[in-house]
Design a protein around this ligand. Sequence first.
Ligand code: PHE
Length: 447
Amino acid sequence: MAQRETWATRVGFILAAVGSAVGLGNIWQFPFKTATNGGAAFVFVYLLAAVLIGLPAILGEFVVGRRSKLNAIEAFGRLNRPSWTIVGALGLFIGMWILSYYSVVGGWVIRYVFGSATGAYFGNPGEYFGAISAGVDAIALHGLFMLLTAGIVAFGVEDGIEKATKLMVPSIVFILLALAVYAATLPGATDAYAYYLNPDFEYLFNNLGDVVPFAVSQAFFSLSLGMGAMITYSSYIDGDESLPSDGATIVVLNTLIGLLAGFVVLPLLFAQQGGVSETAAGGGPGALFVAVASAFADLGTAGRAVGVVFFLVVLIAALSSAISLLEVVTSYMVDKYGFDRKATAFGFGAVLFVVGTFSAANTAWLGWFDTIAYKFLLPVSVLLGVFFAGWVLGPVAVEELRKGTGGLTRFGPAWLWMLRTFVLVAVLATLLLGVDTLYEMPPIPSL
Ligand code: PHE
């Protein structure tokens, strides 16, 4: 069998993982969720969730990946009993489920890069979005996004994903910084910052039962947990670098980039309408594709340039996340069946394109897929992963985590204890609170 691929460098792994983490979740959802859930008070809860739950959980995935040096499905079986592969299979399934509609949104973003250049949506952003979000065009652009994703994955771990993300992640940071500087010059920027960061603890305490699970789920999604992505990426690590420090770097960068996105998006909204409108506050597609788009329309000629750059950065972020999802299944088929990487990437890209056509044909489907993933599938999968690392691997996990840390003696056991108790309970609570609202879940849309 051909030798399994690895990252060329440690930075390559970190940037690929950051690329996976930083996506629509950061630029689209995080700023709006923050703004409407108590500002800095939400950031505070999110940080706690990211550090106390997200970080231990992501380290659990890294341990599974690096220890087994296998794809996210077989990894579980290799480390314990074959029956555990079902947990990996669930992750793979969720990843594909999510990629199917993530790609549809990616297609919208491609459209808006060009739409900004030509001012296509400047006349009536709301109507424009309504017209392009579903239908033949949406399907075609979803196909294009999937093709780009598969194209990168086809080139392989080092020549495809690593090279691409090494370019993409710094671009994301650089472009967002430039946009934030520009946004600071807009009228109302100060009000926007005040709105964004003013900690509304009263709101937080009155809505604790909603805000906390919300922040936790956001952390899961944003850190790409529960979908095999981080297991797969860490399985390509060659050598014993310190996983805790890599994990911390990834969590910190992911959070900072989410915060930075708020410094771009909120001043734009304040400049356009003096605040966050209902459309934007909902955080749904309207937030980005109508509310923020309206701000570009108002800026006239400058808005075209800024709009192109803005949607370009969203596109890069979405693409660097999408590749990590497609890599999960690709890695599995290559490892297990010795499939040709290119054929697998394009083949599964095609399958997911077909699944995604539901979402591209009707946004009600997109919402349905998303809600099920967010509230149910994701916490279940994270829960099983945490249980596996904490209770099934246990000391083996600690041993793996310790490698390359230069004798990090206390952290390992503390991490295991956290994983076994607090993290497990917190994930379970998030799941139950989510399931509690299952009754409110949208019914399966009609065809
Ligand atoms: N973390 C990505 C985001 O924030 C989404 C994602 C989830 C990507 C899971 C890969 C795996 O948009």
